[in-house]
Design a protein around this ligand. Structure first.
Ligand code: G1P
Length: 297
């Protein structure tokens, strides 16, 4: 069955960005001049997924407003004849069919995905985590969907990280397959200590999941941090036969990716994406060396 639905968990409190996130959802913080969640929605749409479910929570209403019309603003820009800005405002109105459901108690990423069950039904679906920004120049989701179509089961996005960073991620034990960028996942551990990590392959926040994940999540006990972990459910799926919705593959990703939930990486994402822009790139490129020189080492 074709993958057509995407789930975007967005119920987190964004405490790493306080005070900015006191009254504003972290997903609305801009990368250059676009809210980070819009990049994620555009990525899903770019991979052919036009039915999007955002898992929200309290104080996330600005997300819904952003993907809806702003009639007053549009009228004001139209009256001024400012077509360029009108296009920017309208771009997020009709990107996709976007639905919202609240998570209620924030019991972890696995729980957020379980909340999507009624909307997703018995179809394979994608999950995109907003804290992971995949550079729009290096899309990976379409490849993951193609691997799901070939191999069945669920598909993870895996990226090599320095071993001292593996404890920040889910970590996969893998075996090679006939295809150079595809690995068979044999085991998973959520945020292992470096000496327990079976590899330096980190799970990045893009998933294509078999609907069998829902039944497994429903019986998954709280794991690391007292939260219901998606990684723990995937670990079980990795041990189940493909005929029962099990089997987990990994697509090796070596493109550009930023953890926008981390302040330093967030700043880097802003600079790197601005450097690539025609309107900002040349001036920023000229300015950066001067500020580095004047600040000293
Ligand atoms: C989540 C997952 C983790 C994954 C990471 C990717 O962790 O639980 O397995 O590696 O996203 O960003 P979080 O960063 O939300 O704690």
């Amino acid at each position: 069955m074709r993958v057509s639905k995407a789930v975007i968990p967005a119920a987190g409190l964004g405490t790493r960005f306080l005070p900015a996130t006191k009254a504003t959802p972290k997903e609305m913080l801009p990368i250059v001049d676009k809210p980070s969640i819009q990049y994620v929605v555009e990525e899903a749409v770019g991979a052919g997924l036009d039915d999007i479910l955002v898992i929200t929570g309290r104080s996330k209403r600005p997300l819904e407003d952003h993907f809806d019309r702003n009639v007053e603003l549009e009228a004001a820009l139209e009256a001024k004849g400012d077509q360029d800005r009108l296009d920017l405002v309208a771009a997020s109105n009709d990107l996709a069919n976007i639905h919202y459901v609240r998570q209620g108690d924030p019991l972890g990423l696995g729980h957020a995905v379980l909340v999507a069950e009624r909307h997703v039904g018995n179809e394979p679906f994608a999950v995109l985590l907003g804290d992971d920004l995949i550079d729009p120049r290096d899309p990976v989701l379409a490849r993951m969907i193609a691997v799901r179509e070939q191999r069945g089961g669920s598909v993870l996005c895996l990226m090599e990280v320095p071993s001292d960073q593996i404890s920040l991620y889910g970590c996969a034990a893998v075996q090679p397959t006939d295809t150079h960028d595809v690995l068979a996942v044999t085991d998973l551990i959520e945020k292992p200590a470096v000496e327990e990590a079976p590899s330096n392959l980190a799970v990045i926040g893009r998933y294509v999941l078999d609907p069998a994940v829902f039944a497994v999540l429903a019986r998954t006990r709280p794991g690391r941090g007292g939260e219901i972990q998606l990684t723990d459910a995937l670990r079980e799926l990795a041990r189940m036969p493909v005929a029962e919705g099990g089997g987990v593959s990994g697509v090796l990703f070596d493109g550009r990716r930023y953890d926008t939930g981390d302040r330093l990486s967030y700043l880097q994402a802003n600079i790197l994406l601005a450097l690539d822009r025609d309107d900002l790139g040349p001036a920023l490129r000229a300015w950066l060396p001067t500020v580095l020189d004047s600040e000293g080492p």
